[in-house]
Ligand binder design. Structure first.
Ligand code: HEC
Ligand code: HEC
Ligand code: HEC
Ligand code: HEC
Length: 408
């Protein structure tokens, strides 16, 4: 097995490769060290002798977990072959002082000198990376949240309108509702807290994921006014509604996810809802007061006013596909997860289970990184699995750094 030191120093246009070679399938990255702290980058100048010493440490201390030649066969243990050198050295130092928690790793490196850490990191960086895992795309081919929501909504469209715009008097429109309100309303039917036997029967079979997906589906539909009659006096209704807009928003477009928007809502449903609050079928302290203080005509007028207002889509971002996510990750981790920065990790061909574990650790704050805390925050379980499987299947490319030293 030919071993390569994939670090080269380029001076005055001439490439001095220290005992190394360019590898087929690998690529070269030029680095300008003008501004960088040279101590951070000294690992890039490791000689073949340093690398050979690093191998000795690796074979005696690390191989039992990370595998021969840095290709791990153990769940939760990352491949380290071909990983970026400065990144590895920094991580080993983080384990050493317990900043990155893993007992096995801390025990293994606790007493290592800075010099030995540099050499072992240089050794692993010089190895050929793992082959991509042949694992099937577990998630990216499956339904995402939005298409799953659409499938569930197929059973609701007969009453609520295909895209959530009601065309049957008495049936509420579901567009323009914030998912938070939507989910709370559905759960209130399920628990019986909101008394409506038919809706209870209709939603009791839905899982939490189904409810959240269907709420997302409706939130992302183009809003429109209900296509139903609104017989009251809208002008009079506007005057009566001045006390409502503080909570329900100007023109009935609510900015509070817990308070439903009323703009464009079916007028008959509006009247029924007000009666339900009054009668206690819907128990909500704030609405009970609002509903008992107004007479039937006023309610009808307000219903006509709100029905005539233009609904707005709630502020909900369309979920990204795995490919769209990966494009964002690649901005730092390199094309298809092949990092070109020696300080930042490659993800290509890394073990899927390990990538999932790392993302969850960032999410929980067990592993600390400013960049990754922000990036992992918005990832749900499905996306984590999808991204991990995506990167595990990418071809990993070895790298040679061509260091441009300032000419003397
Ligand atoms: C007892 C098993 C064990 C031994 C021995 C061990 N490691 Fe690890 N190593 C792990 C595990 C498990 C992780 C992942 C822990 C985590 O999730 O943070 C890890 C993580 C790492 C990482 C971080 C990789 C990344 O992509 O972030 C590096 C680098 C590393 N080990 C290098 C070494 C080196 C060098 C040695 C030998 C000096 C060594 N390890 C010895 C189990 C071990
Ligand atoms: C047979 C007709 C029918 C079907 C089918 C139906 N609904 Fe309803 N839905 C209603 C009626 C009527 C109400 C008003 C009930 C009330 O007064 O509380 C309602 C109310 C709701 C509300 C509360 C709206 C609000 O503004 O508070 C939600 C959310 C809802 N339905 C979701 C669904 C979902 C999700 C499905 C499909 C799984 C579904 N509905 C299927 C008739 C139906
Ligand atoms: C203090 C805040 C507040 C005020 C003031 C208020 N509401 Fe509400 N309203 C709410 C909240 C919160 C809900 C949701 C309660 C629930 O979950 O049943 C609601 C629900 C409703 C609903 C049911 C909507 C649906 O989609 O099911 C109607 C209709 C309504 N309000 C009309 C009014 C009218 C008309 C007024 C003025 C007379 C008014 N509200 C004043 C907070 C308020
Ligand atoms: C702004 C730059 C940036 C972006 C964007 C970014 N990352 Fe990272 N990522 C980093 C840095 C820096 C680290 C190393 C942090 C550390 O030391 O723990 C890292 C570490 C990781 C690790 C741990 C690697 C290992 O070997 O342990 C994984 C997994 C990861 N990122 C996945 C992702 C995914 C998936 C995305 C997209 C959702 C993403 N990253 C987006 C900068 C970024």
């Amino acid at each position: 097995m030919k071993r390569c030191v994939r670090m080269a120093i380029m001076k005055l246009g001439a490439v001095l490769i220290t005992g190394g070679c360019l590898v087929a399938g690998g690529f070269a990255q030029t680095l300008n060290l003008g501004a960088a702290k040279s101590a951070d980058f000294n690992i890039l100048y490791a000689t073949s002798k340093d690398v050979a010493e690093g191998k000795q440490v690796a074979d005696t201390v690390c191989a039992k977990c990370h595998g021969a030649l840095g290709i791990s066969k153990q769940k939760g243990v990352p491949h380290v072959a071909g990983q970026r050198p400065i990144y590895m050295r920094n991580e080993i130092k983080a384990y050493q002082v317990g900043k990155r928690p893993d007992k096995g790793m801390t025990d293994a490196v606790k007493f290592m000198s800075e010099d030995a850490i540099t050499k072992v990191a240089a050794y692993y960086a010089s190895l050929d990376p793992a082959e991509p895992s042949g694992g099937v795309a577990k998630v990216s081919t499956g339904p995402n949240a939005l298409s799953a929501g659409k499938a569930t909504a197929a059973g609701c469209g007969g009453c609520h309108g295909e895209a959530g715009i009601s065309s049957t008097a008495g049936m509420p429109s579901l567009v323009g509702l914030d998912p938070k309100y939507f989910i709370a309303a559905t759960n209130a039917y399920k628990s019986g807290q909101r008394k409506h036997e038919m809706m209870k029967a209709l939603v009791s079979g839905l899982s939490d994921a189904d409810v959240s997906n269907v709420a997302l589906f409706y939130a992302l539909q183009k809003p429109g006014k209900a296509e139903t009659p609104a017989p009251g006096d809208a002008t009079a209704g506007k005057t009566s509604a001045t006390g409502c807009v503080g909570c329900h928003g100007e023109g009935g477009v609510s900015a509070n996810p817990a308070t439903p928007s009323l703009a464009g809502q079916d007028a008959q449903y509006f009247v029924d809802a007000m009666r339900a609050y009054k009668d206690g079928l819907r128990s909500d302290a704030t609405m009970k007061d609002a509903a008992t203080s107004v007479d039937q005509t006023t309610v009808k007028n307000m219903a006509a006013y709100f029905a005539a207002q233009i609904p707005q889509a709630p502020k909900v971002a369309k979920p990204l596909t795995i490919a769209e996510w990966a494009e964002r990750c690649d901005r730092c981790h390199g094309i298809n997860g092949n990092s070109t920065d020696p300080r930042w990790p490659s993800l290509a061909a890394q073990r899927q289970d390990y990538i999932e574990k790392a993302l969850r650790a960032y999410q929980k704050g067990e592993r600390k990184s400013k960049e990754m805390a922000a990036m992992s925050e918005a990832l749900d379980d499905t996306t984590i699995e999808g991204l991990a499987s995506h990167y595990a299947r990418q071809k990993a490319r070895a790298i040679t750094y061509l260091i441009l030293s300032p000419s003397k």
